[in-house]
Design a protein around this ligand. Structure first.
Ligand code: 16G
Length: 254
């Protein structure tokens, strides 16, 4: 109990002139979590007790705690209280192998799921025309999906394929590449362009992240062995979970 009082005592976390109380308390708790003083699964004292120990109002405690919940470092469990979340392990995604989301997650012992947000047959946009070598006279199958692993939203993907390659986007249940493989037209090579962007509001909601949070945007164009481009996927991937690893080798000719 003494430890708890010490951790939250105002003399430990409050300095005049260093900003509002809730902000200082927020920074203090965030710091204690990052140094391990508050370890994963530790339960925070109830709001009223915490307010007493920290000598602040319950509103101040609530503001600091709700910000830490939004940051994903604290978790409120209904009827049980507020706990320090287990840190998420980063997933390392190799840039040199061509795997699907479903395979990648399964390889890591995770259970992938896919929620369709939109799909249909459309006239290709200028970006799709360039990536897939199509004209406005052609049609594309488009699928927008929210991809999760173990119930956690990981990515949003917008995939476009020429209509003759995917005549019916409704066939895609879980894995797009499984559907393509069944028709022997899965990509055998892909080119990816990676950019860092800040999440727009709608996508932030889908990924359960704060608006403006940094994510990785990856545009993948996938090719058949003949060289024909058959997949153009734009994906937004959580940068706090994904690490893209590139395996670089010395060019033997230099
Ligand atoms: C990966 C690919 C994406 C592809 C999807 C197919 C990256 C950056 N992107 O997420 O282009 O459409 O896998 O996954 O790796 P699926 O077969 O599970 O639908």
């Amino acid at each position: 109990m003494n430890d708890l009082v010490n951790l939250y005592a105002p003399s430990v976390w409050f300095r005049l002139g260093r900003g509002p109380r809730y902000e200082q308390l927020y920074r203090h708790i965030a710091g204690a979590i990052s140094t391990g003083d508050l370890s994963p699964e530790t339960q925070l004292p109830p709001e009223r007790e915490l307010a007493e120990m920290a000598e602040v109002s319950r509103v101040t405690v609530r503001k600091a705690v709700s910000q830490l919940v939004d940051d994903g470092v604290l978790e409120q469990r209904r009827g049980a209280g507020t706990f320090v979340r287990k840190p998420r392990l980063k997933l390392e995604h190799s840039l040199s192998t061509l795997v699907s989301f479903t395979e990648y997650m399964r390889q890591r012992g995770k259970n992938p799921t896919s929620r369709i947000i939109n799909r249909g047959i459309f006239t290709p946009t200028p970006d799709e025309q360039i990536a897939l070598g199509l004209s406005t006279a052609d049609r594309v199958a488009r699928i927008e999906r929210l991809r999760s692993a173990d119930g956690v939203a990981m990515a949003i993907e917008w995939s476009s394929l020429p209509h003759d390659i995917l005549p019916d986007p409704n066939l895609v249940e879980m894995s797009l590449y499984d559907v393509l493989r069944a028709k022997s037209c899965a990509p055998s090579r892909a080119v990816q362009r990676i950019t860092a962007i800040n999440l727009p509001p709608l996508e932030a909601k889908l990924l359960n992240l704060a608006e403006g949070a940094a994510v990785l945007r990856i545009d993948r164009t996938g090719y058949l062995p003949t060289g024909r481009p058959i997949e153009f996927t734009r994906g937004l991937y959580r940068s706090d979970i994904y690490d893209f690893i590139a395996d670089l080798r010395l060019d033997p000719n230099t």
